[in-house]
Design a protein around this ligand. Structure first.
Ligand code: SF4
Length: 66
């Protein structure tokens, strides 16, 4: 069964923190000030979608995982 996980493009991410504010369960800021996805086994789809819709540079997308 496939599942959807969020994917962040580090080249585009500004480190603005919006996705972390909207979905702290699944996004965090890493050592170099970019967003990264966390807790991939427990995705809150609604919050992640909010973060995707709110990212100012459209750096987050869904990825289908096998
Ligand atoms: S909202 Fe977008 S630009 Fe801002 S930290 Fe998250 S991924 Fe990066």
């Amino acid at each position: 069964m496939s599942k959807k996980i969020p994917l962040i493009s580090p080249d585009n991410c500004l480190g603005c923190g919006t996705c972390i504010a909207l979905c702290p369960n699944n996004f965090s800021i890493n050592d170099v000030g970019k967003a990264e996805c966390i807790n991939l086994d427990s995705i809150n789809e609604e919050e992640v979608q909010n973060a995707i819709d709110s990212c100012p540079v459209v750096a987050i997308s869904w990825k289908e995982e096998e």
